[in-house]
Design a protein around this ligand. Sequence first.
Ligand code: PGA
Ligand code: ZN
Length: 424
Amino acid sequence: MSIQIVSLRAMEILDSRGNPTLRAYIALNNGVTASASVPSGASTGENEAVELRDGNKTRYRGQGVLKAVENVNQVIAPQLIGQNPTHQAEIDRLLINLDGTPNKGKLGANAILGVSMAVARAAALSCGLPLYAYLGGPGAVRLPMPQMNVINGGKHADNSIDLQEFMIMPIGAPTFREALRFCSETFHALKAILKKKGYATSVGDEGGFAPDLKSNHEACEVILDAIAAAGYQPGRHLAIALDPAASSFFTEGLYNLSKSGQGKKTSRQMIDLYKDWVDKYPILSIEDGLAENDWQGFKDLTSALGNKIQIVGDDLYVTNTRFIARGIAEKATNAVLIKLNQIGTVTETMEAIHLCRQAGWSFVISHRSGETEDPFIADFAVAMGGGQLKSGSVCRSERIAKYNRLLEIETELGPAAVFSNPFS
Ligand code: PGA
Ligand code: ZN
């Protein structure tokens, strides 16, 4: 008898910020059981698939996900019971059609993604394969280059930094294990430097420090100091990646750097600012340097800096092939940020990555600022051939769960493991 789904249900759990999110549970007729948990963003793109929230102000400030849970239990489960979980694309298509809206607003992308991920996991277990090997095949041996968020600002921290994320990339590391060590040592050196300068060493949502630095500049300076203090060479062993998440400070047609008091800037002035920084600092990647509807700005930014560094679109594309195809046609960036919950199914996320590959673009698989202990994206990154992975800094268990899973995968692959380094 072929393998079949015999039970599917969901429950409301909490994410790393203490907000409700959804976990889906699946059982098969061969005794296999699996679960998957859905992350949740704060600086969300306006075209993201809909995260269904109850809106009932008497529970979790309206943030409950009981409707999404009910959609899994009452609407999705009856359709999926009896289906073969190894038919991922077919099941995801069924989920998309069952919802019937362009943005998964009826059933909720949280309901749909939880099911989609749980199906993949159950199928992998049924095949006796780790998730990365099931989704990626025998060629899935590449570990991703991490982009580790060590200083948090923007919407992720209450401080005077406008840019949301200052990340380090261990571009000189020979293996993933070593990459993680480079980052951890730099993170701890950074802590000591911040402490010495009298800054707070408490961390933001993604585990990066959230010091009340005087400027966005100072964030780059302290990171360079930390890289050196840890015994590494900036630009050789570790480089900087930025995610300004510029949509979050774009108001009335201008970029308002209000947290640092730098005032309002036009798109052109922002590009000049980035050019200046790229000259000054070893910055190799800028994600969402401009706002999600500033396509012209992105094109100008890419023509100004795209031959030197990676220009990544996150809110601009929301992991949606429709927007990515436009970006490729218009040369709006040269890389894409990939978040499963922006689009809502495993299959559509794989299609987005496929499009990047076809265009010769790089891709960065990413967590959300609200995460869970589910390490799905670690396996997913290896399955997709490495690329780069954003999973926060080297602290907070919901972030480390992904890095630890990658250590496991690297060990399991043994000598076959390859560390993906698009910057070498
Ligand atoms: P978010 O931020 O998860 O809060 O949306 C992450 C990002 O912008 O990359
Ligand atoms: Zn982003």
